[in-house]
Design a protein around this ligand. Structure first.
Ligand code: ADP
Ligand code: MG
Length: 249
């Protein structure tokens, strides 16, 4: 299996406050990986830095063997809910069409073909009946499905999703998860920031546990281990070990 993502010695600070320190890891092609860790652990920062959306002090990120600037089109990103302006006046179908833009040439406007493709992507997430709505009118789950459709429209090889299940109903969560599993079968690589440890073992093959530094990375059962969880979250979580399937030390 080849390498989809390689991160080496990534250091990121915001105005002198360290957010990520010396983070290094690799992800195989076709992996479905959860990024977990407490609030403020740097999970969103990691995704943004990997995508080159924020500057890093040091570090080398390679995606499918290439530096980010050469492979940007191949990466789809679903930002965290509160990074999106939901009042922005845009119809659902147009929001999805944005996903097709990276593949259009300079000055070329999307045409019928792109619109049809965007519609198919909406169908895949079960939102085809909402194509003419404004995104602000939708429920949280519907909005998140539209953003997944936009990512699908991009025909990417790597997907980064930041907390896609926050503010989302159970049925949308299931739909999104099912599509992520399908993408995996198609050989796509997906990293999902996720804070709910209870579902981590059902959703993901591997976990990256972060708290400014990389605490652990590997198979879910190895990462959800009392020592590593305590290292990331501190003691209070230990009492939950049976509910979330954390292995006893
Ligand atoms: P997580 O996604 O794990 O909750 P973040 O990556 O959002 O964590 O944030 C990591 C740390 O960096 C936090 O302490 C946060 O307050 C800080 N931070 C995040 N974004 C900014 C920003 N734009 N400016 C300054 N500090 C930031
Ligand atoms: Mg975050």
């Amino acid at each position: 299996m080849s390498n989809a993502l390689s991160v080496k010695n990534l250091n990121v600070s915001y105005l002198g406050n360290v957010a990520l320190t010396n983070v290094s890891f690799q992800v195989d092609e076709g992996a479905l990986v959860g990024i977990i860790g407490p609030n403020g652990a740097g999970k969103s920062t990691l995704i943004k830095a990997m995508m080159g959306l924020i500057p890093s002090e040091t570090g080398k990120v390679e995606i499918l063997g290439k530096p980010i600037r050469k492979i940007r089109k191949k990466i789809a990103y679903v930002p965290q809910r509160n990074d999106i302006d939901w009042d922005f006046p845009i119809h659902v179908i147009d929001a999805v069409m944005i996903g097709t833009y990276p593949h259009l040439g300079l000055f070329k406007r999307p045409k019928k073909q792109e619109r049809e493709w965007a519609y198919q992507c909406l169908e895949r997430v079960g939102m085809q009946d909402y194509s003419k709505r404004q995104i602000g009118e939708l429920s949280g789950g519907q909005q998140q499905r539209v953003f997944l459709a936009r990512a699908l429209a991009q025909n990417a090889d790597i997907f980064f999703l930041d907390e896609p299940f926050v503010g989302v109903d159970v049925s949308s969560e299931n739909t999104i998860m099912q599509i992520l599993k399908e993408l995996q079968k198609e050989g796509k690589t997906t990293l999902v920031v996720h804070h709910d440890l209870s579902k981590a073992n059902v959703y993901f093959d591997e976990l990256i546990l972060l708290n400014k530094e990389l605490i652990a990375k590997g198979e879910v059962t190895d990462v959800l281990e009392v020592n590593t969880i305590q290292k990331a979250y501190g003691n209070p979580l230990a009492f939950m070990k049976n509910e979330i399937g954390v292995k006893q030390a």
